[in-house]
Design a protein around this ligand. Structure first.
Ligand code: NAD
Length: 362
């Protein structure tokens, strides 16, 4: 009914006349607003299967409408579970034809990191908004190409840093901004888990593996978000206790960061050690988080007795709903491509430092 009315108004030129007086009317006449954005997941591995697809069922502003997969055996399972229509199912070869599919508004790239740039650029060229998993890509050059492709094609690019949408993490970001405990002196952060797999992309250099890009960005985000600053130098050391598995990439990375204010951070990440915490020492107090980057909300406390505890049903649902709202309302994304790039600048410097065994300026 609404649509018929819009067509009638467009035909009679009434919208055009009205829009001369109201920019909002013009906006709604030229790009009719959808109530929910159609999302297509690219890559149906662990994160898409176990976390994102179930989270999409909890969102208010998104719908799981499509899949892009190189594994035909997964298609019947996804069709059955989520009612995906045949016309919304793509493989890596015909992916670009998604351009002709008005049911897909957003492409969510959930592939190994070395594939993020290609699938983001192709998706942007197809005219779709992009959500891309962390780490954004293995190199600064890839990240810049992704940002450029999205800008050139006038689509938005969000990075899947679910934690930045989490009120627990936002609580210590607020402390960094308001400085109730004075200057920030030291951040200690760690993110790791024991990965028992021996032949996965996380152990392969050409697919973007290594603990640093995968879990290390949580430790790095902890340091960057808790200081609210960008590091100016890094000293890093890579190591492995399982050289038979981790011979192409590091199992563990330890890195120390220096910030412009003089604050320091000591960070660790690993595929061999379970760890998930953050501590910030200020001039006049402290803040501790444990866990710091888990899916179901993160807990902590401050030296003045303040508790940080915001249970959350699904960080991913909140992230996708907020990113969808930003697209629909044409407002800024909470975690745009530029934020993913900020991390990768530091990650590149960390690898340089570990390889050269010396401090690297950023
Ligand atoms: P996964 O190995 O379980 O899934 C990867 C998918 O990519 C699989 O479906 C696989 O078939 C497909 N693929 C296509 N080409 C491939 C190739 N050449 N080699 C290997 N796989 C190929 O990985 P995952 O754990 O789902 O991770 C995917 C992305 O999601 C990564 O960027 C990862 O860092 C990210 N992730 C993010 C979170 C988070 O909390 N934000 C959690 C887990 C994973």
């Amino acid at each position: 009914m609404k649509n018929q009315r819009r067509i009638f108004l467009q035909k009679t030129g009434i919208i055009a006349a009205a829009s001369a007086f109201s920019p909002n009317v013009l906006l709604s006449a030229t790009s009719p607003k959808k109530e929910k954005l159609g999302v297509a997941l690219v890559g149906l591995g662990y994160y898409s299967t176990d976390l994102l697809a179930p989270a999409l069922q909890l969102t208010k502003n998104c719908e799981l409408k499509g899949i892009v997969t190189g594994s035909p055996e997964k298609i019947p399972v996804w069709k059955e579970k989520y009612g995906i229509a045949d016309k919304n199912i793509y493989n890596y070869q015909n992916y670009d034809t998604i351009a002709n599919n008005p049911e897909i508004d957003v492409i969510y790239v959930v592939l190994p990191p070395s594939m993020h740039a290609e699938y983001t650029v192709r998706g942007a060229k197809a005219g779709k908004h992009i959500w891309c998993e962390k780490p954004m890509a293995p190199s600064i050059a890839d990240c810049e190409a992704m940002i450029k492709a999205c800008n050139d094609n006038k689509v938005k690019l969000a990075i899947g840093y679910r934690c930045q949408h989490d009120p627990g993490i936002q609580a210590y970001m607020k402390v960094a901004k308001e400085k109730p405990f004075g200057k920030i002196k030291m951040v200690t952060s760690a993110a790791g888990y024991f990965d028992g797999r021996t032949d996965h992309w996380k152990q392969k250099k050409n697919l973007g593996g290594g603990a640093m890009g995968d879990m290390g960005v949580y430790a790095l985000q902890g340091a960057r978000l808790a200081t609210g600053e960008e590091p100016i130098s890094v000293l890093a050391q890579a190591s492995t206790t399982r050289p038979e598995v981790y011979h192409e990439v590091e199992e563990t990375m330890m890195f120390q960061l220096e910030f412009p204010s003089g604050a320091r951070a000591s960070c660790q990440t690993s595929f061999g050690i379970n760890m998930n915490h953050l501590q910030v020492n200020y001039e006049k107090g402290w803040l501790k988080m444990e866990p710091h980057s888990s899916y179901r909300g993160n807990k902590g406390s401050m030296s003045n007795g303040t508790e940080i505890n915001y249970p959350i049903e699904s960080q991913q649902a909140k992230q996708m709903d907020e990113d969808a709202m930003a697209i629909m309302n044409k407002t800024d994304l909470l975690v745009p491509g530029e934020e993913g790039l900020r991390d990768i600048r530091v990650v590149e410097a960390i690898y340089k430092s570990a390889n050269a065994n010396c401090t690297v300026k950023i």
